[in-house]
Design a protein around this ligand. Sequence first.
Ligand code: ADP
Ligand code: MG
Length: 399
Amino acid sequence: MDIHEYQAKELLSNFGVAVPPGALAYSPEQAAYRARELGGEKWIVKAQIHAGGRGKAGGVKLCANEHEIEAACEDMFGKKLVTHQTGPEGKGIYRVYVEGAVPIEQEYYLGFVMDRSSQRVMIVASAEGGMEIEEISASKPDSIVRSTVEPAVGLQNFQAREIAFNLGIAPGLIPQMVRTLQGCYRAFTDLDATMVEINPLVVTGDDRVIALDAKMTFDDNALFRHPQISELRDKSQEDPRESRAADRGLSYVGLDGKIGCIVNGAGLAMATMDTIMLAGGEPANFLDIGGGATPERVAKAFRLVMSDQNVQAVLVNIFAGINRCDWVADGVVQALKDVQVDVPVIVRLAGNNVEEGQKILAQSGLPIIRANTLMEAAERAVGAWQNDTTLGTQLKVAK
Ligand code: ADP
Ligand code: MG
């Protein structure tokens, strides 16, 4: 789960990371009022969306008076901000953060990520802040400092100092840098984050080390341990298909293709998507209905997949290990009776009680296209989708 910059800054400041004074606003008037409350002479108005790259896309503006703040906000509120991280559809701006402008002397990049090969938290830093890490690693790979943390002892002060030295931080600022690194590391581990990124972390003209931007991502599977973090979720920033699925306990990832997939198990879902690609199609989603595929769950999955306008065929691929194919088939038949499905449906069942399952599908009287192997299922799904869209055949399942 992602959160907004202002939320990440508040969390990190609780762990000792210095951030500029700032306040949230939901309207241009409120933003101007917030600036007056904050005091100072210059402010930065920042669109709060779950994506970076806002600066270059007009989502971060320097303002010198209330009039400019209101004007900057008028340009932002209610608009979709398109940055290189949002995709072409952009993300809606419904909140802005007003912050005191900080006199920047030097910008640094600081990131904490999970390094899966070493199974450690890895700190990635660079004195080339302001750019995205992808750009830095392409154009200035030598500037990147990497350091992995031994989990048994946590981030050690000497290690944090070493990172600071390697970044060329002035000796007098090293204690502040160590505090920042330690704060981020503790926030990362204590809150079950999967990513903490400060870009830029800056050194100011008056010798302070301050986080000007902050991004945090959390492990969804650990959110139950952090109700205060779960509350920070902002559905306006999520793919509506994915948030609907999360609300229903299904794991769903929306993709760009036309073939909806209902599968049990992430591994089988991956294999199904690969096979669809191999057969010349593209998956519209990744939906794992999990182990206990009850008829209700299958119906929920159908509803979810059918709510995606892009879906032009549905492939159900279930391997019944703990499940039973006859129950799954019952679920599919029930779902097709309950849910309006007007695109071809292809079902491949394997595993426990597969013959029973096939019989239920065959006797249902519904125009379900059956397949025995994964390849066959993918080919039939792609074939039915192509026929359906080009010829408008009667392979449609009506209510
Ligand atoms: P994004 O990464 O989405 O573009 P940032 O928060 O990093 O957004 O802001 C973009 C740039 O704006 C920063 O690299 C920094 O140069 C400048 N900036 C952001 N916040 C402040 C601030 N409070 N004071 C001065 N400059 C800022
Ligand atoms: Mg940034």
